[in-house]
Design a protein around this ligand. Structure first.
Ligand SMILES: *Cc1c(COP(=O)(O)O)cnc(C)c1O
Length: 396
């Protein structure tokens, strides 16, 4: 079968909820992927930052295979000998008191929403049914019915109502907007420190610091969604570190398993996840031993291979070099770490298709932004290789 054969099958029998580039990947290693026709590409998306450690990392693979031989699923009805080690690892690496593992990112967001609401009632004393969670405009937190209830993106919401109440939207990056929204029924402010899906949008310097201060003043939890920005992508373990704050809870996913398996988690101070009692929340696969062993290995690789520092250094280099490209269609180039948004004054899709022909895979986000987010194992030479081709495609 060749590329076209696979595409025909996919279009015929699959729901059309994505619009992928017409490349059919069959193999991947590190930053490189190979398609079914034998073409090689440099992956500049890294599965939306789920493969920060590089595709099929041998150490994560080893842990995954070893664990698959022993035990993969116990459910939380019984304990297993890997989950406790993941808890310990997450505590040691992030400093947070408690964690709660789930599978997809959206499930971890749902978990944080439930924890925040319960905290609002049980700890803060919000009247029953009145808890509010404040969210930012242009957010992306996932695709469940509750999560799209606080999306501001029509394409995510249209025809999917009725929506879950209890959410209030403020303008991202505008501290006054947050100030006006905070009230006695506010349980939490849920925010991405940098908005990935919106196009790598970095809020004004000091915004999160001030948000953290306001939340504290109003006894409101600050919950950051680091599912995409976290685990090295922004050049720090967590993007919130750029503002020197300590959120009450952090949501992680994507790179937590290095792309092998869906693993997500909420991390928090004791008082937040501490609200859950047995039976109040759960997931059959959440915290399973295969997930835990894989996540431990994925975290070890990030740290042992200094991928976070690498993202910081090489990200700066990549950004500087991109800024040297002369193209009249470039509006702005912004980024933190190996996470760069190049905004055009025109549709980005044709550029992504042209980049693919030159051996670079990236994907437009929000029509006009090209996102460059390669696996963090990328070398300077590979960035230079990419830059040469990006310049060819962009230069007028
Ligand atoms: C990807 C993403 C999610 C959703 O994760 P899924 O695993 O797709 O459910 C939530 N928040 C952010 C910031 C994301 O980038």
């Amino acid at each position: 079968m060749n590329t076209q054969d696979y595409i025909v099958l996919e279009e015929q029998f699959g729901a059309h909820n994505y619009h992928p580039l017409d490349v059919v990947v069959t193999k991947a290693e590190g930053v490189w992927v190979t398609d079914v026709d034998g073409n090689r590409y440099l992956d500049c998306l890294a599965a939306y930052s789920a493969v920060n450690q590089g595709h099929c990392h041998p150490k994560i693979y080893q842990a995954f295979i070893e664990q698959a031989k022993n035990v993969t699923l116990t459910s939380r009805a019984f304990r297993n000998d890997k989950l406790s080690l993941l808890y310990k690892k997450l505590h040691e690496v992030t400093g947070y008191d408690l964690s709660l593992p789930m599978n997809s990112g959206a499930e971890a967001v749902e978990t944080a929403v439930k924890a925040a609401r319960k905290w609002g009632y049980a700890v803060k004393g919000i009247p029953d049914g009145k808890a509010e969670i404040i969210c930012a405009s242009n957010n992306f937190h996932g695709r469940t019915t509750t999560i799209i209830s606080f999306s501001t993106e029509e394409a995510y919401r249209n025809n999917f109502g009725p929506f879950t109440p209890g959410f209030r939207i403020v303008e991202f990056g505008n501290i006054d907007s947050l100030k006006q929204a905070l009230n006695k029924n506010s349980a939490a402010f849920l925010v991405e420190p940098i908005q990935g899906e919106a196009g790598i949008i970095i809020p004004p310097e000091g915004y999160l610091r001030e948000a953290a201060r306001l939340c504290k003043e109003h006894n409101v939890l600050l919950i950051v969604d680091e599912i995409q920005s976290g685990l090295g992508r922004s050049g720090k373990l967590f993007a919130y570190e750029y503002e020197g704050i300590q959120p009450d809870a952090v949501i992680i996913g994507k790179a937590l398993s290095g792309g092998f398996y869906p693993v997500s988690a909420v991390l928090s101070k004791k008082e937040v996840l501490g609200v859950f009692n047995p039976g109040e929340h759960g997931s059959t696969f959440g915290g399973n031993p295969l997930a835990a062993a894989t996540a431990i290995a994925a975290i070890d690789v990030l740290i042992d291979e200094h991928l976070i520092e690498r993202s910081f250094e090489l990200g700066k280099y990549f950004l500087e070099k991109l800024r040297e490209i002369k193209c009249t269609h470039i509006k702005t180039i912004r980024g933190r770490g190996l996470w760069i948004g190049l905004e055009l004054d025109t549709n980005a899709r044709p550029y992504c298709e042209a980049l693919m022909k030159h051996g670079i895979l990236c994907k437009e986000t929000h029509d006009t932004v090209i996102r460059f987010a390669p696996p963090l194992v990328i070398t300077k030479e590979e960035i230079d290789w990419a830059l040469e081709r990006i310049a060819k495609v962009l230069i007028d």
